[in-house]
Design a binder for this molecule. Structure first.
Ligand SMILES: Nc1ncnc2c1ncn2[C@@H]1O[C@H](COP(=O)(O)OP(=O)(O)O)[C@@H](O)[C@H]1O
Ligand SMILES: [Mg+2]
Length: 589
């Protein structure tokens, strides 16, 4: 007996794959987003660093440009003989007269703030910007450099009062002999204002406190009527700045961080400010402080945030899309998988069911068969027993006894005939097919039937005009047709003829070509509940029937690769159709 194997639940493909896939995707997307963030941040920082460096460079260019102007002015003055004479004569009045208007023009148009005439001994002869002060020794770096190198020297100089001045000193010589020095200078504050205007940044000049003394610095502030905060930074002090106030967050810690090269972005009143330091050197090459470049990077930050958000959003969308596609695909796989699994289960169940039905059918066929045989043999045997009892009682009457014995013999012969028919049925599988013209087979059978059947029922044969030759066993076909005719005659009541037809017809299932040999009667017909059992061996509704006629017909049909069917309307007759496939040798004439 087959048993159903325990049902395995189909694997949940989607659940098994989607989780790890989502995890892997999230990981990849996170790595991607972080990478993009780092790249964007480094691009932003490089951009900021470049812009700050540009501010430093611009500052240097402006210094160089102003130094050129100063050089031109000094050259013009040193080549002026009248001025030279006044200088050599130590004539301050003449110097004042000759240089006063020029200095005023330079101050107004080129922000020149200092102009000195200094002797060969570095003792100041005359200050055009401050005529009352003279006679002091000038020991500034530019002056010493000009003396030592006997050539023009320029650069930033930090004054004791906290002023940062671009100075240029040129030796004044005639015939290779230096007889004094001319010095010109400008405060650099206006330069940072110009840079602010052209680069839209804020700037401040921070100077290292070690180059200043607080009292002098304070004196300088007082002189220029300015305010300042010596304590704001630990190491530096602001000398000049383009904005009213430095951002509050820009304190000593911040400056410490910046000097250490750290964190350069501060938040100030809702603005994001990037702060960078450009080192400032004086004429002697000393690192005296820092030029602070402060840039509002709100726009840049917004662009940065937007691009990061866009990347994140696109990443999320791509991840969701990929996940969606996989979800659908895996859903399909899972559905197919379940479907297949269910089909397998169904096949398994059907197999079991089919096996059970076959068993039941076999048992029921066996039951019908045994019932049929028992019925067929029982009737004559009951007769035999009864008549034997009667014969026992009638031993005195030999005539009666003989008749009874005769009856007993006939019953025995009936039994033997029944057994013979059963044997014939079992032998029917001997099958010898050959090309057979159908018309003679049908006509011979009808002839035989007329002789065997005592009621001489009319039979009508309707054959096609053409000669039909089929690949069949003529003996078996005759046998089958005979059984059909016999049944029809047994069912027919009036004089309506039994009709035999042979018609070309395709198999309704396979569409294979073939011929249908049909026997139609006008008898009582077959009730639907009987109709479904008539092909079961030994099923019969007749007291003298064997129930083997139609099983023989069916067996013959199957041996030929054909089939038999019955259609019946109660009270209107029955039609049995034996369909046989077209033999390769069949031909039309
Ligand atoms: N032409 C027919 N008209 C009505 N009933 C029929 C016809 N042919 C067969 N049958 C029914 O089918 C049963 C089985 O027929 P069959 O196998 O030939 O056995 P039997 O003729 O020995 O009864 C018959 O008993 C009868 O009830
Ligand atoms: Mg019969």
């Amino acid at each position: 007996m087959t048993s159903v194997s325990p049902i395995r639940h189909p694997r949940r493909v989607k659940a098994a794959f989607i989780g790890p896939l989502a995890f892997a995707l999230t990981f990849v997307m996170c790595v991607f987003a972080v990478a993009i963030y780092l790249v964007e941040a480094s691009v932003r920082d490089r951009d900021l660093a470049e812009r700050s460096a540009a501010a430093g460079k611009l500052f240097e260019q402006k210094l160089a440009k102003d130094a050129n102007l100063m050089r031109a002015v000094l050259r013009a003055m040193t080549t002026n003989p009248a001025l030279e004479k006044a200088f050599r004569d130590g004539d301050r009045d003449s110097l004042a007269r000759q240089t006063g208007p020029l200095f005023e023009t330079l101050r107004a148009e080129h922000r020149i703030t200092h102009l000195y005439f200094t002797g060969i001994d570095l003792i100041n002869l005359y200050r055009v910007h401050s005529p009352g002060e003279f006679g002091d020794a000038i020991d500034r770096i530019t002056m010493k450099k000009a003396r030592d190198q006997a050539a023009a020297a320029s650069g930033l100089e930090l004054g004791p009062l906290g002023t940062l001045t671009l100075r240029m000193v040129t030796p004044w010589q005639r015939d290779g002999e230096v007889f004094g020095y001319l010095e010109i200078g400008e405060e650099v504050e206006h330069l940072i204002d110009e840079i602010r205007d052209s680069l839209t940044v804020d700037l401040a000049v921070l100077v290292d406190k070690k180059f200043l003394r607080p009292e002098q610095w304070q004196r300088g502030l007082d002189m220029m009527r300015r305010s300042g905060d010596w304590e704001r930074f630990a190491s530096h002090v602001a000398l000049a700045q383009t904005s009213e106030q430095l951002p509050a967050a820009f304190d000593r810690h911040m400056l410490g961080d910046l000097l250490a090269g750290r964190n350069a972005v501060i938040e100030d009143r809702g603005r994001s400010l990037h702060v960078a330091l450009v080192p400032l050197e004086d004429a002697g090459g000393r690192h005296i402080g820092e030029l602070v470049v402060i840039r509002d990077i709100a726009g840049l930050q917004a662009t940065f945030r937007r691009s990061i958000m866009t990347v994140t959003l696109v990443s999320l969308l791509v991840a969701a899309g990929v996940l969606g596609i996989f979800y659908v695909a895996l859903g399909r796989v899972e559905r197919d998988y379940r479907h297949k699994h269910e089909l397998e289960l169904q096949v398994l169940r059907l197999g079991t069911e089919h096996h059970r039905i076959l068993q039941m059918e076999k048992l029921s066929a066996l039951g019908t068969m045994v019932g049929g045989i028992a019925h067929q043999l029982n009737n004559p045997l009951v007769g035999v027993v009864n008549m034997a009892q009667l014969a026992e009682r009638e031993t005195d009457n030999p005539q009666q006894t003989r008749e009874l014995l005769g009856e007993i013999r006939r019953a025995g012969e009936d039994c033997r005939a029944f057994v013979r028919r059963m044997l014939e049925f079992s032998r029917i599988s001997c099958f010898d097919s050959k090309p057979t013209p159908m018309a003679p087979v049908i006509e011979d059978t009808v002839l035989l039937f007329r002789q065997a059947e005592d009621r001489h029922h009319p039979v009508e044969i309707r054959l096609p005009d053409e000669q039909v030759v089929l690949m069949v066993d003529p003996i078996l076909i005759r046998h089958a047709l005979f059984n059909l005719l016999l049944n029809a005659a047994q069912a027919a009541s009036g004089d309506d003829p039994i009709v035999i037809t042979l018609e070309a017809e395709a198999d309704p299932d396979t569409q294979a070509k073939g011929w249908t040999l049909a026997v139609t009667d006008r008898g009582a017909g077959i009730a639907p509940d009987v109709l479904e059992k008539i092909f079961v061996p030994f099923f019969t509704t007749r007291s003298d029937g064997t129930g083997l006629g139609l099983p023989v017909v069916q067996h013959v049909a199957l041996l030929h690769g054909g089939h038999v069917s019955a259609s019946s309307e109660p009270d209107n007759g029955t039609r049995f159709a034996l369909w046989l496939p077209m033999a390769p040798t069949s031909k039309s004439t």
